[in-house]
Design a protein around this ligand. Structure first.
Ligand SMILES: O=c1ccn([C@H]2C[C@H](O)[C@@H](CO)O2)c(=O)[nH]1
Ligand SMILES: [Zn+2]
Length: 130
């Protein structure tokens, strides 16, 4: 992965609205149109109504004209890595191929690389509907 995706995720994290968890997260997608789309988590006082950084980035990608995730970086401000949660894995899967790489980052850089198939094996895919 080129450094720019890590930096884009780290920059996006600054836009997080996470006053409740105090766990800012940033995500960056390189899409099939060659552009980089970013997102941060956006929480809400009505706790279930907030959402993760990954769907913010996916929404930006779709509205910007991208259709497929080529690669993706995710970073959390705290020291721990932030593997996408279950719901995010399903959302990413909709726009990814099995081998699409997800880079789990910390403040220093990429610490672990996984594919979406590793994160979400035996998944419910769009082609199931025929
Ligand atoms: O994959 C994940 C998991 C969690 N969060 C956010 C949701 C919430 O705002 C905060 C703490 O769970 O982290 C993400 O953005 N992405
Ligand atoms: Zn999530």
């Amino acid at each position: 992965m080129s450094h720019d995706l890590f930096e884009a995720a780290r920059d996006a994290m600054k836009f997080a609205h996470a006053p409740y968890s105090k766990f800012p997260v940033g995500a960056a997608i390189r899409a099939d149109d060659g552009k980089v789309y970013t997102g941060a988590n956006i929480e809400n006082l009505s706790f279930p109504q907030g959402w993760c950084a990954e769907p913010t980035a996916i929404g930006c990608m779709i509205m910007g004209g991208g259709r497929k995730i080529v690669e993706m970086a995710v970073i959390a401000e705290k020291l721990a890595l932030c593997p996408p949660c279950g719901g995010c894995r399903q959302k990413i899967s909709e726009f990814a191929d099995a081998g699409t790489k997800i880079y789990l980052c910390d403040e220093v850089g990429v610490q672990k690389t996984v594919t979406i198939a590793e994160l979400l094996p035996f998944s419910f895919k769009t082609d199931i509907l025929g």
